[in-house]
Design a protein around this ligand. Structure first.
Ligand SMILES: *[C@@H]1O[C@H](CO)[C@@H](O)[C@H](O)[C@H]1NC(C)=O
Ligand SMILES: *[C@@H]1O[C@H](CO)[C@@H](O)[C@H](O)[C@H]1NC(C)=O
Length: 480
């Protein structure tokens, strides 16, 4: 029924214009699919993270392969503005202005005639989830108005907060899609999805950190039954292990690690840490809507820093991942990649290659023996001792990975960023098509008037996408 209505709508929408245009954006003209050239369309995801807001705009093309997804992303436009929306907690209109800058970029990329057919979402993650009171609500209200005025298609709940588990599952989906782990091997041969072929996704954000993978056995769920997330995808049942640790993102972990012994001196909250040199002082550090001053201590060393950090990791109750020990498919992105680059473990533009967990410890040891910092040193440099030590402790003491375990820092694959946004964009395209179908039923009261033409349309539609759309529908129904 949904497919019938969707096809009616496509044909109606397209018949008002030329069939497939020169750029190949349309395929549904005069009631039939035009398969002589690929059909292209767009979807827009705005990721409002704790440290920045990012436009991730995808151009999709229909796929006519017999197995696999009915469409795939062929190009991504990326644009980031800083700081994140949560920094505008008392000026929601400035939050909206920062999103409007991204909407302008999107309007330059998407041809005007396609704007009314391009779905958009703006989802905020941990940064807004952590804001107190109704600050998040007031920001979202303003941003909501801007996104809805953009001319792109903003469906119900297109502006909101993304749940930590959705973040994990969509990132895992993006990663495995880009690595081609689901239904074809690198030579293009058909393969069945399996836990052994799938890659584990580790995401380190500013406010939270996520892990998602498809375990070989169910035993891991004994200790964490609530981390289980079942999905059906391409006739395969998958039970994913996914969890988002709120407060264990890099920025919130910094504060969690430093806090505990703070003193208030003349209205300023003072923090001390052995992860900074004794003469070090950071007079003004803004975090969690407060201003702090941070200073080093006399026992500055890797060992002393490790001790406070291990306490924090223990308090965070990170679930051990014994299932993943020895795996060669562990991928690390967001801050994991960013810090690996700063530590010199990976180089910009280089193909993804594994590093060992212990290399984080070595990088931390080097960082924690820097005796002092120039006043004009980049803001992240004095934090390296703490950041690298935290990442090592998170992997080793938190997730329980061995020092010799190989992990793969990754930022992008085939020109597409590894993040939850692409997985979300697939879901968005799918939801958009279903929504259109429902609207069509409501508006035109087509429910009882699907005639022979309609059936023909369904046939031609189905020959191209066969069973695939149904599987994707199923998959995303379960995710959201
Ligand atoms: C955005 O606006 C729509 C329509 O006015 C409304 O239904 C929705 O609840 C709003 N969402 C937020 C997060 O403010
Ligand atoms: C079938 O549907 C088309 C498009 O909705 C309409 O133009 C046509 O008149 C219908 N034919 C019959 C026999 O109802």
């Amino acid at each position: 029924m949904l497919l019938v209505a969707a096809v009616l709508l496509f044909s109606r929408a397209a018949s008002a214009e030329v069939a497939a245009d020169d750029e190949g954006y349309y395929c549904y003209g005069d009631g039939h699919l035009h398969t002589s050239q690929p059909c292209r369309f767009f979807a827009i995801v705005i990721d409002a993270g704790s440290t920045g807001t990012r436009l991730q705009l995808y151009r999709f093309v229909h796929s006519t392969l017999p197995r696999g997804l009915p469409f795939h992303a062929e190009e991504e436009t990326f644009h980031e503005v800083k700081p994140g929306l949560s920094s505008f907690f008392d000026q929601p209109e400035l939050a909206a202005a920062s999103v409007e800058e991204l909407l302008k970029t999107a309007s330059r990329v998407v041809p005007e005639k396609l704007r009314g057919r391009t779905p958009i979402v703006m989802k905020a993650t941990a940064g807004l989830r952590l804001l107190p009171g109704d600050a998040a609500h007031r920001i979202l209200e303003k941003v909501n108005a801007s996104v809805r005025a953009s001319g792109f298609v903003c469906m119900e709940n297109c502006v909101g907060i993304l749940d930590g588990n959705e973040e994990g599952v969509f990132s895992w989906f993006t990663l495995n899609l880009l690595l081609v782990r689901f239904y074809h091997d690198s030579a293009g041969n058909e393969v069945d999805p399996s836990p052994g072929r799938s890659a584990a996704a580790f995401d380190l954000g500013g406010g939270s950190t996520q892990v998602t993978f498809w375990p070989q056995s169910d035993a891991i769920f004994d200790a964490h039954p609530d981390f289980r997330h079942d999905i059906d995808f391409f006739q395969t049942h998958m039970h994913l292990y996914t969890h988002s640790y709120l407060g264990a993102g890099l920025q919130s972990a910094r504060l969690g690690i430093l806090q505990g012994e703070e003193r208030e001196v003349e209205g300023v909250l003072e923090l001390e840490s052995p992860c900074f040199p004794p003469d070090f002082q950071l007079p003004k550090w803004e975090q969690a809507l407060k201003e702090w001053s941070v200073r080093g201590t006399a026992d500055y060393s890797l060992q002393a820093c490790q001790k406070t950090i291990r306490d924090f990791v223990r308090r965070s109750n990170i679930g051990q991942l014994t299932d993943l020990r020895g795996s060669s498919h562990l991928y690390f992105f967001s801050y994991f990649y960013d810090r690996a680059r700063q530590a010199g473990l990976v180089k910009d533009g280089e193909a993804a290659k594994p590093v060992k967990v212990v290399e984080w410890r070595d990088a931390a040891e080097k960082a924690c023996s820097t005796p002092s910092f120039d006043v004009d040193a980049p803001h992240w440099l004095p934090w390296q001792c703490l950041d690298f030590t935290y990442i090592h402790a998170l992997l080793k003491d938190g997730y329980g990975l061995d020092d010799h375990q190989e992990i793969i820092p990754v930022n992008s694959i085939k020109g597409m960023g590894v993040s939850w946004a692409l997985g979300m964009a697939y879901s968005l395209v799918d939801e958009f098509h279903r929504e259109l179908a429902l609207e069509d039923i409501d508006d035109g009261d087509q429910r009882s008037s699907v005639n022979a033409t309609g059936v023909e349309l369904v046939d031609s539609f189905l020959t191209v996408i066969s069973q695939k759309t149904t599987d994707v529908l199923q998959f995303f129904n379960l995710v959201s």
